[in-house]
Design a protein around this ligand. Sequence first.
Ligand code: SAM
Length: 160
Amino acid sequence: MNRCGGRSSRAGRTDLARTSARRSPAPQGKRPAGSSRPKRAAIEGLLAQLKPSLAIEIGTAEGGSLECIAAYSGHVHTLDLAPGVTDAPANVTLHVGDSKEVLPRLLRELEQDGQNVDFVLVDGAHEAEGVERDVRSLLASNAVSRTVIVLHDTANEAVR
Ligand SMILES: C[S@@+](CC[C@H](N)C(=O)[O-])C[C@H]1O[C@@H](n2cnc3c(N)ncnc32)[C@H](O)[C@@H]1O
């Protein structure tokens, strides 16, 4: 069932080739930001159960968690100030800009369309003020009423 990288089967590799976001190369010797194996495993466990129709990711970076979210979701909206993804899977909409403005706008549109967001990964701004702002935007929206919201880096003092 592993669709989020690190797979061992040939079928899994084929699946990844079909669904993965193409990323800008990471600097020599560096892993893409935020794409640790435990993080992917935790997200994958959740997504495999949830199978979201609609998902939002705040903080695209180089597409590490996006690859995973897109593999399990009907559609994903992903937001970043400057995403490192150049060619996302067909079920992904890339939004470029500050989540301060982009997220409330996106949520308004989804709300107007009567859509519910099933899954959100909050992994953009990594200071308390920005995280709180994103969470408040989510909780204020009628599009976020039956939703699993995952906050990354909550053990990191600066983010709380
Ligand atoms: C930790 S990385 C995301 C990692 C990614 N989710 C993954 O697991 O592969 C955080 C990203 O959030 C973006 N970011 C930071 N502040 C933001 C903001 N206010 N609005 C949108 N994106 C932001 C950064 O540009 C960065 O690419």
